[in-house]
Ligand binder design. Sequence first.
Ligand code: MSP
Length: 505
Amino acid sequence: MTYYLTTPIYYVNSTPHIGHAYTTLAGDILVRHHRQRGEDTFFLTGTDEHASKVYRVAEAEGLDPYDYVNQIAEKWRELPDRIGAEIDFFIRTTDEGHKQFVQEFVQRIYDNGDIYEDTYAGLYCVGCEAFKTEDELVDGKCPDHDIVPEWIEEKNYFFRLSAYQDRLLALYDERPDFVQPGFRRNEARSFIEGGLQDFSLSRAGQPWGVPIPWDPEQVVYVWVDALINYLSALTYARPGEDLRDRYWPHVRHLIGKDILRFHCVYWPALLLAAGYEVPRRIFVHGFLLLDERKIGKSLGNVIDPLELVGVYGSDAVRYWATRSVQFGQDGSVSIDSLHERYERELGNDLGNLVSRTTAMIARYRDGRIPIAPGLGDTAAFEQIATEVPRRLDDFDLTGALDLLWDFVRGLNKFVSDAKPWELAKDEANDEQLDRVLYALADGVRAVAVALHAYLPETTPRILRALGQPEDFSWSRVAAGQTVGAEGIEPATPLFPRVEAPAAAA
Ligand code: MSP
């Protein structure tokens, strides 16, 4: 099995906020999970650098646009690592390899006859980097960016999107899971059904971008340039290797709901026009909201993910973002809720479970895990082993985590019901105490393996504390795989207490 996952590529006109970190960390959880299942995975993220707003910011600061993007792209390049994401390639649309591929791609569409020259006259929102119609505006302004769009009149090359309407509808009908969740699929499908207009694939009179190969006075429209990254990366991510055959047929795009049309309508049409297969799946997630408003630069209510990671660690941020908001829906988040989940769920439910388990093994069995199977709730193990992958195949990151957390809480209940401290008072209970301690260690071990994709920093520490091999293969999420180990000591707290940051007060 092969699993290729992409995040959107981020605009470099600002620095990362928690809304951006959200897509990347969610993607990393999915890819890590598939890697645990032994699949051949590839995870791509990067930066979208040819936007006119980028050019304008550089101009305003008196910088050469290349110097400007090089400087800011570094901040974005750090992001995956800081939130614990293991990526396979970081693409920048200013890479030579990308620019060359974009030219080949649009040339193919031109040669196939789906590009023609015409004049564009209309409104353009630099915030969206998109053309707008009057009925999309609220009080004459773009509702997403709260700015008045500019009037533009220029010669452009147009892409014959209208010619793809029927093929797109057929695609949506043949593949009901092409876009998920279902309500997003319906949204995209009704947009197509409403009639598709040809759109400008180039922009005139601006020097920043990839030149149109047959008319270098024009540059490729930034959204077309950006979408092509998902394919271009495979042609040069590994020098001397072309990864397109290996990964393209398995590509899944993870995107936010604001960029649905570009991905679910324009992109498949462009791919068909250039002779490529359409993506395997597009999953559309919702927005993280703060006080009911989308977190974002234009609204000035950003939460700096790196600051949160500095205080709580990347695992806690990954946990909170996926657990607090049903993945796919919009949902409110706050630093208070992060603090609370950190203490109550990570600290108490999981951290204390590991501390108690190791402390009891140290105290009652001299640090030796007794091999005494028999008490483990095998049905519960089986449920997470089969149901978590099923949910993650459907991008249900929240539902899968809920199941895992039920398992963690089930182990806590098992300890309070079995009362090892009572059993330890009488030697007659020795065998029963062995069985309880084994079941506990085995449950903690298995759930650590299953939680690995969410908590990649913490879970190796759990396995080490229990003297178990650091093998995160999914097949290890099964009862009875705990091996005998000696020298177990009470584990140091996994999630030590932290001061609530001032912003949370
Ligand atoms: N450059 C384009 C994408 C091109 S992909 C071929 C772009 N960039 S962006 O930086 O503005 O946004 C990138 C992603 O971040 C989008 O998926 C967007 O939905 C997501 N988010 C930005 N703010 C967000 C929240 N507050 N919550 C969740 N995700 C949001 O669009």
